[in-house]
Write a protein that binds this ligand. Sequence first.
Ligand code: ZN
Length: 76
Amino acid sequence: MSRGVLDGVEIDLPCPSCKRGTKRTVAWATANNGRTHECRWCGASVQVDSSQATRELGKVNRAFDDLKRTLGRLGR
Ligand SMILES: [Zn+2]
């Protein structure tokens, strides 16, 4: 699967302060790994952790795999 497709996927970056997530794209999280961003809910400075993005991507990948299996069955 091309990485470019996943770059636009939005993931939730959790805020340790208020526990809510701020939506960012995978491309953004990767580009800003280790920097801080402002939580949209409480305004806290949150360090961006792209490993979170990678974990979320794993879920997306599995969903794509499920979809491919489903489509494969339909094609037979
Ligand atoms: Zn917050």
